[in-house]
Design a protein around this ligand. Sequence first.
Ligand code: 1GP
Length: 247
Amino acid sequence: MTTLEHLLQIKRDRGAGYLLLVDPDKIDKAKFPAFIREATTAGADAFLVGGSLMLSNEFDETLKTIKENTKAPVIIFPGSVSQVSPEADAILFLLLISGRNPDHLIGNQVIAAPIIKRMGLEAISTGYMLIDGGNVTSAEFMSNTKPIPREKLDIAVAHALAAELIGLKMLYLEAGSGAKQSVPDEMIKKVTQYCSLPVIVGGGICTPEEARNKIKAGASFVVTGTVIEQNSNSMVIKEFAQAIHQS
Ligand code: 1GP
């Protein structure tokens, strides 16, 4: 089974999936293996690995450690072309479709494609849409693109439809890591009403209730990063997992 099929099966079996984002720059190495085991037991369905920058040199090591401590899929969520590794199960092959920066629409993909192919790494083509989260996030700054305004539901829908017609496999609605406000539920509703791609939502999701609301609005997967970095207690992970699975 491919990783994409595995993700879709999680959605079928559990109603929705909880994706835990790990930034290799922000882990406590000593506690990390136990953290991954506990997060898996607590209900994390898959691990996303990546970050806007990579100040440490721990990318491959981080992936290896996660793989050694969980059976859940380990998926690269690349912040740049340097974040490619054969240690992962798959990579979200992102096209930043909300922006008009050619490097993030095709340039970086052309650089990364031969490397990914050579590695035999599964690429999950994903339309990545930055939505205004009330503050300038690393994703916005580093990609040098403008996010979609929060109230412009029609613009979001048209981008999502374009992703579907282009043939991408998933859609990622992103408010940016540490966003003040997460992607509006109304926008998720509208996008999933018009577009049949499975939708991942992340950025600024701080409580299990907020996560549940994203799923109720139509998201298939919710991502949290910051909230668990700040409180890596497995009880908190369990609360998020339950909220997401029981929506
Ligand atoms: C970033 O969507 C993720 O791409 C997670 O964001 O760190 O705000 O949870 P947070």
